[in-house]
Design a protein around this ligand. Sequence first.
Ligand code: ATP
Length: 434
Amino acid sequence: MTTVALKDVTKVFRDGTIAVDKLNLDVNDGEFMVLLGPSGCGKSTVLRMIAGLEEPTSGAVLLGGDLVNDLEPGDRGIAMVFQDFALYPHMTVGGNLAFPLRLAGIEPSPREERVADVASALGIGDMLGRKPSQLSGGQRQRVAMGRAIVRRPGLFLMDEPLSNLDSGLRAELRAEISGLTRELGVTTIYVTHDQAEALTMADRVAIMRKGVLQDVGTPTQVYGRPATLYVAAFLGSPRMNLLEASVYVHLDRYITLSLGDQALHLPWDDIRSRAVAHYHGERIVIGMRAEALTPVAPDAPGHVLMGRIRYLEHHGHESLAFVDIGATAVVVDQMGTPVQDVAGPRGRSRLGQVMQRLTGRGGEAEQPAAEPAGDNRASVLSDPGRHHRRPAELAVRLAPYPAVGPGHPLAVSVRMDALHFFDERGDRIDVGWR
Ligand code: ATP
């Protein structure tokens, strides 16, 4: 068992790409840490530096408290499982599982015992005589896991090990992997771009964007109190509603959060009101998850926003209504650059811009052109004349196949204690506790 510590770790590739930028991360003994982020954010590079397959440009990698920057991969006590789990095709399952033990010089009798134990733990005990070509994708992945486990490593590194499997099998193996690693008590670092995988499997999640660590915490912490606008937008389905709001303080009474045509009022005795009050006369971003919004009668008491349904999405167990409330949305694209920040040829593909103009939506999934890593967050709200502004479509959960449809008015009650506040740089406005 082991701990992992990354101290100011940076990786700049030969072509100048800053894949990882001053990363500081501690992984506890026996912890299941998930590195989460979109494609290209640097997750695999972090894993490869821990494994010794990539050399950090600067910074220190410590395993069990020891500096290992100069230690060969084979001497680090690590087992890796990749997306492309390459098994030896000419060897049986038993042969594949036994291979690392043979290399380590373990005698045949204890070797067979360990192989049998691992195979039975993974539910592949009756397949030891088969070749990989005679296995399903899920079974092959179990063998790959088994081959990693059988060496009893101090640390597991897993790079999107389930991404080639269908969704049913993924969910099944997800539970198996987290169960097994916890049972073995092995420290595990698991890379994925799938937030569902991260939130269901992790003890803690580290969220990266463009080589920079954005937030680390338990799934409840990063989901419930995201440190940045990017993390807020990245986690959760449907995505968090992010609205531009102007702040007006009515001292000792309440704070008006103007959303355009309508306003919400944050009571003065709300624990967050002092922090938000600093932004008097300025604009901030308000985040509302769908679970903070409940459809109500138009004359219901409390904090109610009125809107009109633009369109509905039916998901079987529920429907989502997208409601126009006359507010302005702040759109954070997949790579985390707020749309207002990337408007123009530098950040948005031509197709994205055209789609945006034609449809008024749909361009947000476009990935911006490669930019250097680092703290490149410009204001998400400044210069309103230049940046793209989009009418907000508030995602609200409704019963499956509701009686209402596009064009219908909808009143929505807002749970004020479930709102998130971010400043124009995308940092959380809060009182600092978690
Ligand atoms: P994915 O989920 O797609 O695997 P990732 O988050 O794991 O992505 P990395 O593979 O770590 O991302 O890559 C981070 C950045 O470094 C990317 O911009 C990638 O193009 C770049 N990169 C990776 N390897 C090299 C290399 N050998 N030379 C130059 N750039 C590289």
